[in-house]
Design a binder for this molecule. Structure first.
Ligand SMILES: [Zn+2]
Length: 270
């Protein structure tokens, strides 16, 4: 049985029984600003400790309450190690990039400008057919609402394509992100991964005007069951090993190798 998505190189249909590995949040400022704390602690499914102030001020940024941000972007050196692991494991991961970093003043900085070394190593890998680049939004967030809140979690604003947002925003964000990624990577971008699995009929309408051929998400559009005509929906709840750069940053390459070994073992047993 084939293990990984070799046939995704030109985005032909994904075959059965192929595990796909995907890494999200590359280039996204959600890794800096999506700050929320863990209130409930469990031991073997039993609640043992509840800390109502987990989202207050600095608590959400420190262990053991910190649930997400802040953490750093993957460096060129870290990518070299990771790409080597994927190559040795005969895997072609999907790398989902957010086209712009959003800073404290709502400025949008294109990925190749913000992280030129990382962009360069990924561009070479994409050209060599070692990885697939996917669009993971323009901002990953609702711009202007993305900064940490003093009292509470801002997690809901670290999703970009809410149905309540204007059609114009969906359009602009899809068009601009495709333009930035395709111009830099010099290849069509054909996979869209909606940040936080949040997307709408308005997002789909915008995607129709692009080279996107597949939407990968845990759920369908939030506000419509309309069947898509020119784009495939890929439910990524099964046959996917989805992770974020966060896990790679925190647990490192050794953890990744162990995970891959387990996946291969499982795949061989099927
Ligand atoms: Zn994401």
């Amino acid at each position: 049985m084939l293990f990984i998505c070799k046939n995704l190189s030109n985005i032909t249909p994904i075959q059965n029984n192929q595990m796909i590995i995907r890494i999200d949040d590359i280039g996204a400022s959600t890794k800096k600003f999506n700050q929320h704390g863990k209130k409930l602690f469990k031991w073997k499914d039993f609640p043992v400790f509840y800390f109502p102030l987990a989202n207050f001020w600095f608590f959400k940024r420190i262990w053991p309450f910190k649930e997400w941000a802040p953490y750093g972007e993957l460096t060129k050196g870290e990518w070299e190690v990771l790409l080597k692991i994927f190559k040795e494991s005969n895997m072609k991961p999907i790398i989902a990039i957010t086209a712009c970093w959003v800073d404290e003043k709502n400025n949008l900085i294109p990925f190749p400008e913000k992280f030129p070394e990382e962009a360069d190593i990924l561009k070479r890998a994409f050209k060599n057919d070692e990885i697939i680049i996917a669009n993971h939004g323009l901002t990953h967030c609702v711009v202007g609402k993305h900064l940490p809140n003093f009292w509470k979690s801002n997690r809901q604003f670290h999703r970009e394509f809410w149905p309540y947002l204007d059609e114009k925003i969906h359009n602009e964000h899809i068009m601009k992100s495709q333009e930035i990624l395709e111009k830099y990577f010099e290849k069509p971008i054909e996979v869209f991964v909606p940040p936080g699995n949040v997307w709408s009929k308005k997002t789909y309408e915008a995607l129709k005007e692009t080279n996107i051929k597949k939407v990968m998400s845990k759920n369908y559009m939030l506000d419509s069951n309309e069947k898509m005509e020119t784009i495939d929906f890929i439910d990524d709840k099964k046959d996917f090993f989805n992770l974020h750069d966060m896990e790679l940053k925190v647990y490192g390459p050794k953890w990744l190798k162990e995970k891959i070994a387990i996946l291969i073992q499982k795949d061989n047993n099927q």
